[in-house]
Write a new protein. Sequence first.
Length: 361
Amino acid sequence: MYFDPGVKERREDFFNFNEELNTLIKELNNQSTRMIVIKGVRRTGKSSLIRVGLSMSGLPHVILDARKFEYFSVDTFYDMLASSLSKLLETRKSVSKYLKSVKGVSISGLTLEFSFRGSWTFTEVLEALNKWGEECGEPIVLAFDEAQDFLIFPRFDSLLAHVYDYLSYVKLVLAGSEVGLLDRLLGVKKVKAPLSGRPYTTIVMKRLSREEAIEFLREGFRQAGVTINEVFLEDAVSVFDGVIGWLTYYGYQALRVGHEEAITKTLEEGSKLVQEELENFLSIRPQARTRYLTILKLLTTPLTWSEVKAGLSAKLKKTISDKQLTHYLRELVNYGFVEKINSEYVIADPVLKSAARGLRI
Ligand SMILES: Nc1ncnc2c1ncn2[C@@H]1O[C@H](COP(=O)(O)OP(=O)(O)OP(=O)(O)O)[C@@H](O)[C@H]1O
Ligand SMILES: [Mg+2]
């Protein structure tokens, strides 16, 4: 069902995105592809694409999702790894022998645990998976969802480069919504970065067009056996644009509380979520908080760099240097809050846009 709010795993619950899905599956099966990168602003379906694509490919895989835990640490990382590897054991029992050889790994039945979490443990696990892949003649896919968040681990990019260069039976998939940070991880602008210069395939998750968004909603209601007024569909798409995550949540709510309340609820719940994401960003930039919020409030309508500068200086009643403004805008783009389209900047997400309009600074 399209309106199930969780991350999608099955093709029949996953609307369209045929091109992206075909590319993913083709590249997963292409022996010479070492790494696939999935980019897209928040709630465009990256996590669902990974899961549906991997399940359709039939390849063994391990998915590590940084957003699964509220507090991300070495311990939660190993808990997540243990649960992903246990899941792998369900379908590929023969991997057990290889994983058991890693110091600190214990397996009972189909449950894997780490009794020891040393600095090389993860690398040793990857080496064991690679050996197993080589033995079976089949690659194993290692997917990092919200890959940029793993940068909190020292030398994470070097580890990926090691996998890329030496573990040829481990194929990498990296997904992320904070495009600038993902580029930093990939070493896009820094030749000395560990992953720099290594080729990969990029898949960009786009928002749905207006027609696609309406079709998605129409089909979602049809699956639930509900006939809905076309005007409501138009209305929902004007509020939530083509962001499939918000449209799904709206559909889920509309089936329960009706159209109008579903719009209000999605905006309310969504605002809480986007404000939390924004607070995480602002909490490590306390001195510039007012400036960032003022910029966001201005960017509820698309503006050029000079227009932002004029607007910000007028609101704060002081001049902001060109260098500072460029830095603020770059950070907002890097973290996926703002998009630059041609020469204009604008808030990427319709719910954040609506929350920013109501900001009291
Ligand atoms: N193609 C699709 N068909 C049906 N529902 C979808 C599709 N893509 C995403 N969704 C729904 O949209 C929501 C967001 O999807 P998902 O978590 O996969 O996106 P994401 O880009 O990983 O989001 P985030 O940036 O929050 O991690 C989920 O409720 C999911 O069920
Ligand atoms: Mg996701």
